[in-house]
Design a protein. Structure first.
Length: 421
């Protein structure tokens, strides 16, 4: 009955219609109205539509549907061109659909003066569907009604509005050694006066909601390249600019390079983001893919997951090594000279590291060790400083083997651009 009340009709209204076309038009109008109401918030499947049928009962149907007139609700799938009984849909869909219709009936019967109190709504919904429910509550309920609900799900907490949340916990009186539990008066169930609590178990849903929000913030634009830190961002920007000035292939402007702090679990990253059409790529060092052989690091799984490894672009070069960082793309000679300029050192100061010729080690590791031990040096090495120096240099800046570095970055940028197609 709530379905028909939502569109301002009753069973008796439909029974009084004595023309097939008029009855069909009324049922289709009701179906369209309900479909628009529900599916603007149910994002899980936009191919579904509600379908109402008014039929005489058949004697073979189970009671009480074997007598009189029966209104049947079916859910039609436009993609698969079929329909099934409403009750055969998933538990989550049935709950969400019923909640929207129920609220419309309550509003029509009781008016606007409502206080909605719900206990763990949407338990049968998965994460995305709970986000749909949260959006429905925010857009349809909260502007006009007071809404309060309990939840244990992080997906039912809006991390941008944590000031609305209050913790509920059972507070016990601490028990001293030798005392029986319950010897002292307990505070019982207590609603906190702020969004925080001293009990880590009570805070778990809030922490999970924040963690989920942080993971989502990894994707800052429609097309995002995640690198380890700001050092990589600066190198990407300078080489992008230099390649463009030379008329060579450079990084597509649609890519936004952002520091992601490194992704320690590439497998987990692929599981979460691969094939999701999120426009997200990761460029990282091979140490991230722990224990992987070179052929594994070139596997289709990583390529499908939009994960690129630096050592792919240094193999076969004099600076090649199996655990390359972005500094290895710049090249050993280039990076040593760049470090010298950044620290305002003399060429003779860098002769020992230039002569060492250890191409098997990471460039940045060798330079860091050398700078730390250099008597006239700074005593410590800041990896960010050479990158900061480079980003301030114009198009005429040169390094000993800059062309090789440009070739490597161009190859990397080509692979990233191919992901956009």
């Amino acid at each position: 009955m709530a379905l028909l009340e939502t569109v301002g009709r009753s069973v008796e209204d439909l029974k009084r219609i004595d023309q097939h076309e008029m009855l069909t038009a009324e049922l289709e109008a009701a179906s369209n109205r309900i479909s628009q109401e529900v599916f603007q918030y149910w994002s899980q499947n936009q191919s579904l539509r509600v379908q109402f049928q008014l039929q005489r009962a058949l004697p073979g149907d189970p009671p009480p549907f074997n007598e009189g007139w029966i209104i049947r609700t079916r859910i039609q799938n436009a993609r698969h061109v079929d329909s099934i009984n409403f009750d055969e849909r998933s538990t989550g869909f049935v709950w969400f659909f019923s909640f929207v219709i129920w609220f419309n009936q309550i509003r029509n019967n009781l008016g606007e003066n409502l206080f909605l109190l719900m206990d763990d709504p949407g338990l049968s919904l998965h994460a995305n569907a709970q986000a749909d429910l949260l959006r429905y509550i925010e857009e349809r309920l909260a502007p006009n009604y007071q809404v309060m609900y309990t939840t244990h799900s992080p997906f039912m907490i809006d991390a941008s509005k944590l000031y609305r949340a209050r913790t509920v916990e059972n507070v016990f009186t601490p028990v001293n050694d030798g005392e029986m539990p319950g010897a002292g008066p307990d505070q019982g169930t207590t609603v906190g006066d702020s969004e925080l609590s001293t009990n880590p178990e009570t805070l778990q849903p809030l922490k999970a909601a924040l963690a989920y929000e942080v993971s989502r913030s990894l994707i800052t634009a429609e097309h995002t390249v995640s690198v380890e830190g700001p050092t990589e961002v600066l190198y990407f920007q300078w080489f992008k600019r230099r390649l463009a000035s030379l008329g060579r292939t450079t990084l597509d402007d649609r890519w936004v390079v952002t520091p992601g702090g490194g992704i320690d679990k590439v497998g987990a990253f692929i599981t979460l983001y691969a094939g999701k059409d999120l426009g997200l790529a990761v460029v990282t060092d091979s140490a991230t893919v722990k224990g992987s052989a070179p052929d594994a690091r070139d596997s289709e799984l990583l390529q499908h997951g939009h994960v690129l490894i630096f050592d792919k672009y240094t193999r076969g070069n004099s600076s090649g090594n199996p655990e390359a960082d972005i500094e290895d793309l710049i090249g050993r000679k280039n990076y040593v000279d760049l470090t010298r300029l950044a620290y305002n050192l003399e060429p003779d100061d860098m002769r020992p590291i230039e002569r060492s010729g250890n191409s098997s080690a990471k460039v940045v590791s060798g330079v860091s060790d050398f700078m730390t031990s250099l008597p006239q040096g700074p005593g410590r090495f800041d990896r960010y400083r050479p990158a900061e120096f480079l980003i301030q240099q114009g198009a005429d800046f040169s390094l000993p083997e800059l062309d090789r570095a440009l070739d490597r970055f161009e190859s990397l940028f080509k692979d990233l651009n191919d992901m956009l197609n």
